[in-house]
Design a protein around this ligand. Structure first.
Ligand SMILES: Nc1nc2c(ncn2[C@@H]2O[C@H](COP(=O)(O)OP(=O)(O)OP(=O)(O)O)[C@@H](O)[C@H]2O)c(=O)[nH]1
Length: 312
């Protein structure tokens, strides 16, 4: 014998709905809230008493005006509401996520019944969202660790290869100029020999800072070897690249690098090879090889200078 529905089923359900952390509301065909629990009312930043009998549009407008409850990012509320109605009237069942000013998230299910009434249920997914955000942050952190040179904080060799590939493809696609500087500190071995490896590391860090301070936001400085760096310069032709390279060379030559251990300042010089994109280039390797050869010329030419790549 099937058990008969208890006479007090409605009371049992209502009791459960009041206790649950989820939200539930019923809206009639005149778009008025005819029943809701406390969490449903909190979506509009109000109480059950206040929400009951009110038009859902007025409740949303109140939430937008008072910045309480559901987060509504718009300058034009009426337009936003019209779009929402269009979105919700089409289908019998809609599901969406919504976040509140108090940090909670709900996964909402909206059911349009044939009677013209609408049932709206929301499951609290705040913990899930927080876990998702923590995972995304951790992923971003790992990504940045993997791509960052731990000593200087600039891009590492791995990251250089990625961004060089990306910038090369972009320059080719949009027919834009692109330049590359290969920068090497002169006689760095002597610095290590005279002041020790720790001080050498300190110099490398400061050097990267000085260099980065002279580049644009869109440029990327990478440490690709011990005391060897590259600067990828998008939207920069060879004249522009030579100008930037010379600016870096001159600034570094004048800069006083501080050595903490011996509490003294020291000066150093750099050599730079510069190359720019030409029609026959097939990858960033072509630019790198030319800039590297130019760097070799700068070293042979006496160091503390910038050399432009020869095209032959
Ligand atoms: N402190 C420190 N030194 C490094 C690091 N990586 C490489 N080096 C040192 O950098 C020096 C590079 O020396 P060389 O390649 O002979 O070049 P150089 O002395 O700069 O001479 P030129 O480039 O010809 O002007 C070596 O002494 C390496 O040990 C690092 O991470 N930290």
């Amino acid at each position: 014998m099937p058990k008969s529905t208890p006479a007090n089923l409605e009371a049992i359900l209502l009791e459960g709905i009041e206790i649950t952390p989820n939200c539930l509301g019923v809206i009639n065909s005149d778009k008025e809230v005819i029943y809701c629990n406390q969490h449903f009312a909190s979506i509009f930043g109000t109480t059950v008493q206040n929400a009951t009998g009110k038009k859902s549009a007025d409740l949303l407008r109140n939430a937008w005006e008072t910045k309480q409850g559901v987060i509504i990012n718009t300058d034009n509320f009426e337009q936003w509401l019209a779009n929402l109605h269009k979105l919700h009237s089409d289908k019998a069942l809609n599901q969406y996520e919504t976040d509140l000013t108090d940090g909670r998230w709900f996964k909402m299910t909206r059911i349009n019944l044939d009677s013209g009434n609408t049932i709206i249920m929301g499951v609290d997914i705040t913990e899930l969202k927080n876990a998702q955000k923590a995972l995304e942050d951790a992923h971003q952190h790992i990504e940045s660790l993997v791509n960052t040179d731990q000593l200087t904080g600039v891009h590492n060799r791995r990251s250089y290869h990625q961004l060089a590939k990306h910038e090369f493809a972009r320059a080719m696609r949009f027919n834009q100029p692109l330049s590359l500087l290969v920068i090497d500190i002169d006689y760095f071995k002597t610095i290590n020999d005279n002041f020790g490896h720790v001080s050498g590391d300190e110099i490398l860090k400061e050097f990267a800072q000085v260099c980065n301070g002279l580049l644009r936001q869109s440029d990327s400085l990478s440490r690709i070897g011990g005391e060897e760096f590259t600067a990828v310069l998008p939207m920069t032709d060879h004249d522009g690249a030579m100008l930037i390279a010379e600016r870096i060379r001159a600034k570094v030559a004048k800069h006083l690098f501080y050595i903490t251990q011996s509490e003294q300042h020291l000066t150093l010089t750099i050599s730079i090879g510069s190359s720019s994109l030409i029609e026959r280039d097939t990858s960033m390797k072509d630019l790198f090889n030319r800039a590297d050869k130019a760097l070799y010329c700068a070293k042979r030419g006496g160091r503390n200078q910038v050399q432009q790549a020869q095209i032959c």
